[in-house]
Write a protein that binds this ligand. Sequence first.
Ligand SMILES: Cc1cc2nc3c(=O)[nH]c(=O)nc-3n(C[C@H](O)[C@H](O)[C@H](O)COP(=O)(O)O)c2cc1C
Length: 261
Amino acid sequence: MIERGQGMNETEFGPAGDSDLGGFQIENFSESERQAVYRAIYERRDIRHFRSEPIPDDVLARIIQAAHHGPSVGFMQPWDFILIKDLDVRRQVKELFHKERQAASCFFEEPRRSQYLSFKLEGILESPVNVCVTCDPTRAGEVLGRNSIPETDVYSTCCAIQNLWLAARCEGIGVGWVSILNPLQLHQILGVPAHILPVAYLCLGYPTQFYEQPMLEKAGWRERLPVDPLIHLDGWSGQSGSGWDNFLEEIGNTAQGETES
Ligand SMILES: Cc1cc2nc3c(=O)[nH]c(=O)nc-3n(C[C@H](O)[C@H](O)[C@H](O)COP(=O)(O)O)c2cc1C
């Protein structure tokens, strides 16, 4: 086990002697804590069916704080959170959704087209709060670590969104991501400055249920892929290798949701 401070040296973390940065004790989560984290991961769902009761402010505040504690390239924290309750604003966004959904339907052949159009793919008006999470590429000037891959600012924003999604699940709040929206028109409706990118438009509220499976899986649109063929060992073409046999056996035995150690 790596001890706190181990491996830190002058060049990495500043003057020698500063290597103890303080922090949490390095110890495993208790069994119930470990199970709770996996439960949040496996029971998180994209939600489109909401009950009407409001989200208490303290709950919403915890969820937004959790998002704000996501990782970000160079610690740039490029996100902003536009919280929307106003019905008129939400009606305008819903109108955008209607138009885009219709436009996107032409990309599918029948019978997929009719199936696509039959899906409920948003809960903009039913959910009590909508949250637009944006990315400001100019947030931190010269960003440590972003030179090679400029998109890392958007990746960072997505990390915040996933934190939000999991924290919401712990609070019994459902989140639905609506991406069937014209980004330029969304900019206008929300008055977002031109240089800022809306990354996610999310619907938040108490769900009628947390579906057992992704809705698209239940509807037969697409199945969850087995993870085994997605794993490459020591390079893209590697299927097996020394030191991986036991892992391969374990991953084959581990069904979704199994968290036993
Ligand atoms: C970037 C992104 C965009 C998405 N856009 C939509 C959307 O516009 N409408 C919708 O109903 N679901 C949307 N989803 C939800 C996915 O359909 C959902 O995550 C996937 O089917 C798996 O289901 P689960 O999230 O319940 O596990 C989006 C998810 C992501 C990550």
